[in-house]
Design a protein around this ligand. Structure first.
Ligand SMILES: [Fe+2]
Ligand SMILES: [Fe+2]
Length: 169
């Protein structure tokens, strides 16, 4: 006996085109999170100096959060009948989060994190718009993740303000 396919929602048979489009957006989000994990690991270990400690602790915590985001995006790809891509499909894009010339250059790291978070915020707002009225579950998940990214960006904007106030950024 064939399983009955649902007739409502994003999992219904006539929604395959919408599902494909959403899966592509989720794959991009997944890679963004994976690259952020790599960048934040490096930038939570490389920085030197007294002022680096706050940044190090902050990014150490973010590594776990961004990893959790990657896992959520991967799970949603599967739920939409997609396949989580393999590592050979990965292309790096975060040129702005490469190690600075001097490991005491904390401003470079802070600005790089703000850039990464801003990119995530833009892409996730796009997913929220595309899924509106089409896939509320993905939309709900991405809204929650968006709040995390907005929090990350706000925290690092605060760090940048301190450096700007002292004429260091
Ligand atoms: Fe994230
Ligand atoms: Fe983030």
């Amino acid at each position: 006996m064939a399983t009955r396919s649902t007739t409502t929602g994003i999992l219904s048979e006539d929604k395959s085109a919408e599902r494909e489009a959403i899966i592509e957006l989720l794959k991009k989000a997944y890679w963004m999170e994976i690259e952020t994990v790599m960048s934040y690991i490096a930038n939570s270990i490389n920085p030197d100096g007294v002022r680096a400690q706050e940044i190090i602790e902050s990014l150490e915590a973010d590594v776990q959060e961004e990893l959790g985001h990657a896992q959520q995006f991967a799970a949603r790809i599967k739920e939409l009948y997609g396949v989580v891509p393999g590592s050979l499909d990965f292309t790096a894009e975060q040129s702005y989060l490469q190690p600075p010339d001097h490991q005491t250059d904390i401003v470079h790291v802070v600005k790089g994190v703000i850039e990464a978070e801003t990119g995530a915020i833009e892409h996730y707002n796009h997913i929220i718009e595309v899924t509106d009225g089409v896939d509320f579950v993905t939309q709900d998940m991405v809204i929650a993740i968006l709040r995390d990214e907005e929090g990350h960006r706000r925290l690092f904007e605060g760090y940048l303000r301190e450096y700007e106030a002292e004429g260091l950024a």
